[in-house]
Design a protein around this ligand. Structure first.
Ligand code: MTE
Ligand code: LUZ
Ligand code: MOS
Length: 765
């Protein structure tokens, strides 16, 4: 089934927040952000702005009836700054005006005086100053400290990874209006309607049931709207509630880039120890995570980094520590992969470093250390149904890598102006929210008396096609035509207490809840048919809208049976609840079984570097991916391709530039370079592994939203190898590997010491 949104998207008929018709007397909010990265607010002069003709009111923290607090995991973030500011763009006030333009003009007239304080934007510098969001978290297994002497080879190194801008096509925004009594209706472009409902309730001092959040779809989220859709929705609700008028707050692209957090940059040190036969015996890593000015989702992202420290490998002795550093940048947040890509880049760098020093291809070390069935991930979960060996073999057979590698070697020996490189990137990504309690969902199904069906779940459609998957689950469970089914908006009054649509679990969690609801309805209808036909329910089946008995048609079809059920006063509404079984995790011990299952796969990269210009092309990416038993191969392929390209952008070209004060310089699409169609590899093949799927995946179809992004990291190592074919001194792990860095790397004399004094202190040296 093709994506049910595709016609609407290409004809422009799909509705987004900005397509909602405005109510009479609607007002518009423009956010006033801090102009300094760290400072005391000495004075806020709103007089001149307030006198502007279009301005209705300017709100600050003083207008908040409840708590000035929007922190989701840790209560450390005000909606509006009070006396100090911690990043450029931090909201201080909301100007509500009769038009957005009037609001923006008034913003020019706001005068805020600050006393500047020292701003820190580098996580190592923050650590050196004791500036942390939370104490460090460590996961460990075995005794790495006792292994170093026993290892035949030990290597240390450091890595740098920049952040990444989500660049959802639709910027952050919300539209709220008051309803009868104290009730509020909130339309928001959010992955987490419940977080918005809960936070508005807290800020306005209202019970949650007064607030209804409704979401049609998002023009992309990528994690950027898991937590950070909240402030704008709360601001619009605050103003709507206090002014008793509809208020829309939508960020301009410029404001969105400045005010919202991004993927966390990491600066990390590793030490890796191998045996004579290249088994990894021990691995130690310290990550310095750039958390920005408040926790936001950093504690959860920290955990996912720890979980993905060993990526697809079995390592018996591991110690992994994340230092979550507080800096004067916007709070960094969820981004497809959620700390996983950061953990994986470091272990892949460690393997690459060992391979360079030992003079073998990294692939030799990778393949020898893949995790196998019954090996235990270092956080205690036993690996089951691992298929990396199978994937490795399938990939070699399918794509003929040995021949490709020989051809690349030959190419390099014959060419002086162009050099090729290759690399493998394996992945093992855990599926479930790492916070066990979040792994639950609900679905509400109505069968109307004409036989049509309305489905509500907690899942948010953000382009990934979750609504299409929900429709498929309904269709297959009830045995009816897709045309009978309508996916309702995601609404907190219909489905309450939702987890964000995140962690790639949207389809699994909501789909399983929906299956439970549909199955209950089906049992009820079968009991009715059994009565009508005087046949045991076990012999009855619903297929293609027909009621079948032992495979034979009866006089009853779907419509007729539903009418009969309604007249017989049978309940045609059902609510399904699903909580992932099996999973558990002891946070203090750092051990347990946190994931329903893992998604595995392998990507191969071939790239060509121009040694005069430093430019490069990604010639080919060949992937074998474990989709399980895909319920929708076209959608899943789209997720894989999109994820890979987004990951390649992260590893090679997306470079966030700040000035020394923490002001974002790459604040437009002319200065922040994301992959366009020309950056997509000329050949990008994604083939499914043949497998029967996993029972905890919806219809055995594995979660696909995030895992493919991490294949993108392979681009880094392939380009690095191409540079090394020209200059073996190039050994840096500093992502993204932009053409500028490639050019420097091609001509650098010896292994460069890290750029800054602070960064050169490897904790393992
Ligand atoms: N695909 C599109 N087109 N747009 C998005 O915003 N978000 C990604 C992924 N794929 C995203 C996307 C992220 S970060 C996640 S967690 C998953 O979709 C969420 O959806 P799922 O749980 O239904 O896979
Ligand atoms: N969000 C979250 C996530 O709250 N917990 C997670 O484990 C997670 N994983 C991936 C993406 N978002
Ligand atoms: Mo995705 S980072 O889990 O929203």
């Amino acid at each position: 089934m093709k994506n049910i949104d595709s016609n609407g998207h290409v004809t422009g008929k799909s509705l987004y927040l900005d397509d909602l018709p405005l109510r009479q007397d609607s007002l518009f909010g423009v956010v006033v952000g801090s102009e300094v990265a760290h400072g005391k607010i000495l004075d806020i002069d709103l007089q001149e702005a307030e006198n502007d003709p279009g301005v209705i009111k300017i709100f600050t923290y003083k207008d908040i009836p409840g708590e000035n607090q929007i922190g989701g995991i840790v209560a450390d973030e005000g909606l509006f700054a009070e006396d100090t500011v911690h990043f450029i763009g931090q909201p201080i006030a909301l100007i509500v005006a009769t038009s957005e333009r009037a609001g923006r003009e008034a913003r020019e007239k706001v005068n805020i005086k600050y006393k500047k304080l020292k701003a820190i934007t580098d996580p190592r510098e923050a650590a050196a100053n004791g500036s942390y969001l939370l104490p460090p978290r460590t996961f460990a297994a075995g005794h790495p400290e006792k292994q170093w002497d026993r290892c035949a080879y030990v290597f240390t190194g450091s890595t740098e990874q920049a952040g990444q801008e989500h660049l959802y096509l639709e910027t952050q925004g919300a539209y709220s209006y008051p309803m009868e009594t104290e009730n509020l209706m909130v339309h928001s472009s959010t992955q987490s309607p419940t977080a918005i409902q809960r936070t508005i309730a807290k800020v306005l001092a209202l019970p949650m049931h007064r607030i209804q959040v409704d979401v049609v779809r998002l023009g992309g989220g990528f994690g950027g709207k898991e937590d950070q859709a909240t402030p704008w929705a709360v601001m619009s609700a605050l103003a709507a509630h206090l002014l008793k008028k509809p208020v829309k707050v939508v960020l301009s692209r410029h404001d969105d880039l400045h005010m919202t957090g991004k993927r966390h940059p990491y600066s990390s040190d590793f030490r890796i120890g191998l045996s004579k036969d290249l088994k990894i015996l021990a691995y130690e890593v310290e990550y310095f995570q750039n958390g920005g000015a408040a926790n936001d989702l950093s504690p959860a992202i920290t955990e996912r980094t720890l979980f993905h420290t060993t990526n697809a490998y079995y390592i018996p002795h591991v110690k992994s520590t994340v230092h979550s550093c507080k800096t004067n940048l916007p709070p960094n947040t969820a981004f497809r992969g959620f700390g996983g890509p950061q953990g994986m880049f470091v272990i892949e760098s460690a393997i690459a470093k060992a391979a360079m020093e030992l003079g073998v291809p990294a692939a030799v070390i990778q393949e020898k250390n893949f995790i196998k069935d019954n090996d235990v991930f270092y956080y205690g979960q036993k690996a089951k149904k691992v298929n990396l060996q199978k994937i490795w073999k399938a990939a070699h057979k399918e794509y003929g890598f040995i021949k490709k590698q020989k051809e690349i070697e030959q190419f390099n020996s014959q060419n002086t102006l162009l050099k090729k490189g290759w690399a493998f990137m394996p992945i093992a990504f855990g599926i479930s929210f790492t916070n066990t309690s979040m792994n639950q969902a609900r679905a509400l199904v109505h069968i109307y008396s004409d036989g049509s069906v309305g489905v509500s779940t907690g899942a948010i459609e953000m382009g990934q096609g979750v609504n299409t998957k929900m429709l498929q689950v309904t269709e297959q469970t009830l045995g009816i035509k897709p045309g009978r089914i309508k996916l309702e908006t995601t609404n907190t009054s219909r489905v309450a207490n939702t987890s964000p649509t995140a962690a790639s679990s949207g389809a699994d969690l909501n789909g399983k809840a929906l299956q439970i609801a549909c199955s209950a309805l089906l049992r009820r209808l079968k009991a009715l048919a059994s009565n009508l036909l005087n046949i045991p329910a076990t012999q009855i089946e619903f297929l293609n809208e027909q009621v079948l008995v032992n495979g034979n048609a009866t006089e009853w079809n779907w419509e007729k049976l539903i009418q009969k059920a309604f007249l017989s006063r049978i309940n045609l509404t059902e609510n399904g609840h699903y909580a992932t079984p099996v999973i558990h995790f002891d946070k203090a011990a750092g051990k347990g079984h946190p994931f329903a299952y893992h998604v595995y796969g392998l990507a191969f990269y071939e790239v060509t570097v121009d040694v005069i210009r430093g430019t490069y092309e990604i010639d080919e990416v060949d992937v074998i991916h474990d989709f399980g038993k895909s319920m929708n191969p076209i959608l899943d392929l789209g997720q894989a391709e999109g994820g890979i390209v987004q990951g390649i952008g992260y590893a090679t070209m997306e470079e966030l530039a700040y000035d020394a004060e923490g002001r974002l310089l790459s604040n437009s699409l002319s200065t922040y370079k994301v992959p366009d169609i020309y950056a997509v590899p000329s050949v990008l093949k994604v083939k499914p592994l043949k497998t029967s799927g996993h029972p905890l995946a919806i219809l055995k179809s594995k979660a696909v939203g995030e895992p493919p992004l991490m294949y993108g990291l392979g681009a880094y190592f392939a380009i690095q190898n191409a540079v090394r074919a020209f200059n073996p001194e190039f050994k840096e792990f500093d992502a993204p590997l932009t053409p500028e860095k490639v050019l420097m790397g091609l001509y650098q004399k010896k292994e460069a010491t890290a750029k800054k004094q602070l960064k050169s202190v490897n904790v393992f040296k």
